[in-house]
Design a protein around this ligand. Structure first.
Ligand code: PAF
Length: 281
């Protein structure tokens, strides 16, 4: 496995290939990332993963500076998973000058839920993903890129970006990997103190309970509010717990609850750690 830092080095490594399978990450890898690498690998002729903590998707008060940087351990895990090339650019490699050209996703999808609570987040994500795609896929006839469904809205934003820019890239959405108690694996779980780690499972439990109650609900907003209050009583600070249509993340139409494919999404802070999760129902 090769570890490269610059765009030129990356392109030199990929020159002989025609269909990269790409897994972009911010590092501090867990089984969710490794599962994506293993799923993507047979779909391409070379497997590439990037490790880059992208400043553009963090607000000033967020955890950009403290986000764990664990390149050595990440590289070992990627090599064991069969990755061929790790692209780990320094900031000056990917953003040699301020990135003033940015990708602005459609606001109907990107200003709701995560985008509402993290303004500008999806501009930062779309911009870096487009740039990483250009580093990995420029000149390639086709490719595959894999993203985890834990970041449900991110997958939808990336899919739409790829479709609207007619990029010859297939997007693979990997299932969320969970710990034994049901907590969705996330790089940010490492921030949780032991007592918080025990409590953390209540987010996925709340989503499951909301999903089960939703199908027969006559007043969905009231049910969502109850679910948020229940988490708040346990000491969480919920941003949202909500049932949405899988197609566009809009609230389901009245009377359509039983008919439409739905997803329950949630985001809440436990201590200083903000966790997100979702369940398709
Ligand atoms: O999901 C992530 O880790 C990041 O948002 C991504 C897609 C690597 C872009 O920085």
């Amino acid at each position: 496995m090769q570890i490269v830092h610059t765009i030129d080095e990356l392109r030199a490594q990929l020159k002989a290939f025609r269909r990269p399978a790409f897994v972009p990450t911010m590092g501090n890898l867990h089984e969710g990332h490794i599962a994506l690498v293993k799923q993507a690998r047979p779909l391409g002729d070379v497997t590439v993963s990037s490790i880059f903590v992208n400043r553009l998707q963090f607000a000033p008060h967020e955890d950009f500076d403290s986000y764990p940087r664990t390149l050595g351990a990440d590289a070992e895990r990627l090599e064991a998973a069969g990755c061929d090339v790790v692209f780990a650019p320094r900031e000056k490699d990917l953003y040699p000058e301020a990135q003033t050209f940015k990708v602005h996703p459609a606001t109907d999808l990107s200003d709701i839920l995560e985008g509402h609570f993290r303004p500008g987040f999806f501009i930062g994500v779309s911009t870096v993903v487009m740039k990483l795609f250009s580093c990995v896929f420029a000149g390639m006839p086709a490719g595959v890129a894999a993203f985890g469904k834990k970041d449900y809205q991110q997958v939808m934003v990336v899919r739409r970006m790829v479709q609207q820019f007619a990029l010859p890239i297939e997007i693979l959405a990997g299932e969320t990997q969970r710990a034994g108690d049901g907590l969705a694996l996330s790089s940010r779980n490492s921030y949780l103190a032991p007592a918080e780690r025990e409590e953390a499972v209540h987010l996925s439990q709340a989503l499951r309970a909301l999903g089960e109650a939703a199908r027969s609900a006559s007043d969905l907003p009231a049910l969502e509010a109850q679910a948020m209050h229940a988490l708040a009583r346990r000491g969480w600070k919920p941003d949202y717990l909500t049932v949405r249509r899988r197609a566009d993340l809009m609230p389901p139409r009245h009377g359509q609850l039983a008919a439409e494919p739905l997803v329950v999404l949630g985001a809440a802070k436990l201590g200083n750690t903000r966790l997100i999760d979702n369940l398709e129902i």
